[in-house]
Design a protein around this ligand. Structure first.
Ligand SMILES: Nc1ncnc2c1ncn2[C@@H]1O[C@H](COP(=O)(O)OP(=O)(O)O)[C@@H](O)[C@H]1O
Ligand SMILES: [Mg+2]
Length: 238
């Protein structure tokens, strides 16, 4: 058995709003091995973003344990947590979150500001990932000079530039038309074939169908966790 990359054990996340408690995650146990490609699905409010924030070390569980690469994240201090977040996890968001005044190349270089060594090696690395996502000829363009699909490719390059162990994507095709979505999903498929571990949130079966495993949340709990073929694959494409 491969050592899991991610291991959640009875993770709870409770938000206090006034005198009320919201149990956003209510005892989630989940194990993800290296090179898995997982879709997290579920209705609005079921805890998907809360789960992604915890997996991405942007937030901590209220209780329960989270182990990333065998180390307990729940007990890490702030600096150690930030190191894991900055170096071992890449994020892709629905709204791209690129800095508008920076070129594609400069946007991709941003995560390397946290890296110990600076300089030309970083630019070379950023150029390499931009070429890998098919944007070798757009490095000097600013976000407003790029299409939606190209912006998301820049965001994916930025997420990959630190060579993260885990790629997290929250509705990565939510702002793209269906043709462009398929291009982006083809890129994720390629990354998966190259060995990247990917967890993405989606509410679309057509997106989930690209993954290998579908975890469905309901009211902060895992309602089902199935190989993709036993979840969404039975339905035909429109
Ligand atoms: N910062 C917060 N403060 C209070 N409640 C929150 C906060 N974030 C999320 N929630 C609540 O937690 C539950 C899960 O939210 P979320 O993880 O965003 O769900 P999803 O992404 O599946 O729509 C919801 O009931 C939401 O209202
Ligand atoms: Mg959400």
């Amino acid at each position: 058995m491969t050592e899991p990359l991610i291991q959640l054990d009875e993770v709870r996340k409770t938000y206090r709003v006034g005198s009320e408690s919201v149990h956003a995650l209510d005892g989630v146990s989940l194990s993800v091995a290296p090179n898995e490609y997982v879709a997290v699905m579920g209705p609005s409010g079921s805890g998907k973003s809360t789960l992604m924030n915890i997996l991405g070390c942007l937030d901590r569980p209220t209780s329960g344990d989270y182990r990333f690469g065998g180390r307990s994240v729940a007990r890490m201090g702030g600096a150690a947590l930030a190191r894991v977040r900055n170096r071992r996890i890449g994020f892709v968001f629905q709204s791209f979150e690129l800095l508008p005044r920076l070129s594609a190349l400069e946007n991709v270089c941003l995560p390397l500001l946290y890296a110990p060594q600076a300089g030309w090696g970083q630019r070379r690395r950023a150029r390499g990932v931009l070429e890998r996502v098919g944007l070798g000829d757009r490095m000097r363009h600013r976000p407003n000079q790029l299409s939606g699909g190209q912006k998301q490719r820049v965001a994916i390059a930025r997420a990959l530039v630190t060579e993260p162990s885990l790629l997290l994507a929250d509705e990565p095709t939510g702002n793209l038309d269906s043709r462009t979505s398929e291009d982006i999903l083809a890129l994720f498929d390629q990354l998966h074939r190259d060995g990247q571990t990917i967890i993405l949130v989606t509410h679309e079966n057509d997106v989930a169908r690209h993954t290998r495993r579908v975890v469905r949340l309901h009211d902060g709990r895992i309602a089902s966790d199935l190989p993709v073929g036993r979840d969404v694959a039975g339905e035909g494409r429109p």
